[in-house]
Design a protein around this ligand. Structure first.
Ligand code: GLA
Length: 384
């Protein structure tokens, strides 16, 4: 009898301790916006184990890992059927998920996966509905570090008012496993997710529908993020979706615009281009250390719009060293001069300016900084 009591006391103590450890480790996740790579826009459902491994290899070789990209995220379409015990198995394109996780970890990168609170994912593969705890345990066994939880068919089984508890349920299941996993909410901004995303353990949450490979769609989504800044911070970020440089036909100016805006608004930086064929200029855009440093600034303050005059916008982000990162965006057709006034930015009368894309100090400016900005382009500076 005594032994039994001791055993259950020890077990209880162990699970409390495990809970504390997990909570402490979980609290260290995404202290700056997550960085990585995701299969969706580059591969959609035509994705295999070999493709994912190849991207991990490239991230190490091409300098992205050194620049801070760490998650290798497998999006939709990896799922097969459940086995007789209900455990999820991958389809034939992914012969051994644990081995894939081990491979990614052997590169000192992290492994991300995708599922849905609904019975089916958006591409009609098996979702986690009524298998949340079992799936969380399977992911932990596979060594998963990141779970994207995409609403999709959950609309058929939950009311909108049950969305919060559906997300909470999976978060609890993930925590229960004892393995820290970043929790990425994807439900396209429904139910003002930014107001409750962090309360269900969300480390990032999509704020809008999907992107398209056009400057118009990307900037529509990106510039729409103004006003959401108070909901973001270390551990929990607004997610305007994936970085598209290297996919579609966007120009370098357009790609720099997405990258600049995403960094100014402290967005997760998850690239999608096929890294085996990405051009040197796209890679330079994805890895510019001074631009990435704006995104990764430890204060974790999301930037916002300072002024907009027609298609000309000035955005700024406060940085931890007291300086401001500023983007001068030209959304119009044809090159135009744009001025950022220091009083609007809240900096003194004179300021030292550094050009972040070109990585060079400019002169000291009085009252304002003006630059000619190409069509669909950006000038990104640091002002002190
Ligand atoms: C939704 C999501 C995308 C992607 C696909 C996969 O559209 O918003 O990011 O995950 O599903 O089917």
């Amino acid at each position: 009898m005594k032994t039994k009591v001791w055993l259950s006391l020890s077990l209880a103590l162990f699970s409390v301790l495990l809970g504390h450890c997990t909570a402490a480790e979980q609290a260290q996740i995404a202290l700056t916006p997550p960085m990585g790579w995701n299969t969706w826009y580059g591969f959609f459902c035509k994705v295999t184990d070999a493709d994912v491994r190849a991207q991990a290899d490239e991230m190490v070789k091409n300098g992205m890992k050194a620049a801070g990209y760490e998650y290798v995220n497998l999006d939709d379409c990896w799922q097969g059927q459940r086995d007789s015990n209900g455990a999820i198995r991958a389809n034939k394109n992914f012969p051994d998920m644990k081995a894939l996780g081990d491979y990614i970890h052997s590169k000192r990168l992290k492994f991300g996966i995708y599922t849905s609170p609904g019975p089916k994912t958006c591409a009609e593969y098996e979702g986690s509905y009524q298998h949340e705890e079992q799936d969380a345990r399977t992911y932990a066994e596979w060594g998963v570090d990141f779970v994207k939880y995409d609403w999709c068919s959950a609309d058929n089984v939950y009311k909108a008012s049950e969305m919060v508890s559906a997300y909470s349920k999976m978060h609890d299941a993930l925590v229960q496993t004892g393995r820290p996993m970043l929790f990425s909410l994807c439900q396209y901004g429904l139910e003002h997710v930014w107001t409750w995303g962090s309360s269900v353990g969300g480390n990032m949450w999509r704020t809008t529908g999907d992107l398209k490979f056009t400057y118009d769609r990307i900037t529509l989504v990106g510039f729409q993020q103004d006003g959401l800044e108070r909901f973001a911070g270390p551990g929990h970020w607004n997610d305007p979706d994936i970085l598209l440089p290297g996919i579609g036909k966007m120009t370098d100016d357009e790609n720099r615009s997405q990258m600049s805006l995403w960094c100014l608004i402290a967005a997760p930086l998850i690239a999608a281009a096929d890294l085996r064929t990405v051009s040197p200029s796209t890679l330079a855009i994805l890895t510019n250390p001074e631009v990435i440093a704006v995104d990764q600034d430890r204060l974790g303050l999301q930037g916002h719009r300072v002024t907009a005059q027609g298609p000309l916008e000035v955005w700024a982000k406060q940085l931890s060293d007291g300086s401001k990162a500023v983007g001068l965006f030209n959304r119009g057709e044809g090159s135009m001069p744009i001025t950022a006034y220091f009083k609007d930015l809240g900096v003194g009368e004179t300021a030292v300016v550094r050009d972040l894309w070109n990585r060079k100090d400019l002169e000291t400016f009085k009252e304002a900084f003006t630059a000619e900005v190409p069509t669909h382009g950006v000038i990104m500076i640091r002002v002190k």
